[in-house]
Design a protein around this ligand. Sequence first.
Ligand SMILES: [Zn+2]
Length: 330
Amino acid sequence: MLKIPYEQVLERIKEQTGLDQEAIEAKIEQKLKDLNGLVSKEGAAHIVANEQGVTLFEQKEGPRKINEVIPGIGGVEVVGKITQIYDIREWNNERGSGKVGSFFIGDETGSIRITCWHDQTELMRNLQQGDTVRIINGYVKENQGRTEIHLNDNSKLERNPEGVEIGEVAAPQRQQAPRKEIKDLQEPGEIVEVLGTLVQSFDPRYFEICPECSKRARAQGDQFVCESHGAVQPQYGYVTNFILDDGTGTLRVVAFKEQTQQLMNKTHEQMLEMRQFPETFEAIKYDLLGQMVKVRGKVNRNEMFDRIELMSYDVEVGPSAQEELERLSQ
Ligand SMILES: [Zn+2]
């Protein structure tokens, strides 16, 4: 199923019908009411687009701009300049073997991660930062709210293809996430931005992970075992919960590794050191209390506690007042 973000659907309707934003949103609201909550806002927007004869998605020949790459498209072609390459990781143990590698490419509209599995990692052996690549027949996936292109056996990767010039590469763009008030967060899966005051934060919880695949490694006897990779020398992941209040309600935010680092302004190495000295978190938690925090993340329903939570993708402590003022004056 193709996932075209709500804002993009709105944009397409605007372009192709000439209706203004207000009129379109009124139609979508009406559709939501008519269908009595049977569809999401995105779903209602798709229906309105169909009713208006709007083409949401054109099958295109040739390469697509990176910002036109959306989850669910198979056989996608893109060209871009390599902005970052990650090491290929290999594993080989009693449970099997494999390889995975990835790199980022960018064009003037954005950047995207390309992930290669197993034999496809051979395709990236000679790549260098700054190379231009053409990906043919990639498969588009969503991973933690970010769009990625995965290569499979039918995919091709051309290094520095002739006649292809990539101009200025756009600065990495954050995924579109509409600002919402906490009281309005209802729909699980929705990607939103929330701004609030941190009213409580908890100690990070550390857990053992497999160094190959980053999944949990569970204690079994005196060793740690990954479901896929068997007994491993574990590394550590961590997660921190905190509570935001934006005046309309309170919200529990879940911050995994990178997001905990952002929240506490610590490196991964510092986080690992602090694992031995949990008392150091008292000072950090005290400093965070009352801070303005901006979070982008995915709305999640915690069934056990019957509450809405936010799984964070980006945590920004003390977001610039200027940016917030500009937003208010818009
Ligand atoms: Zn593993």
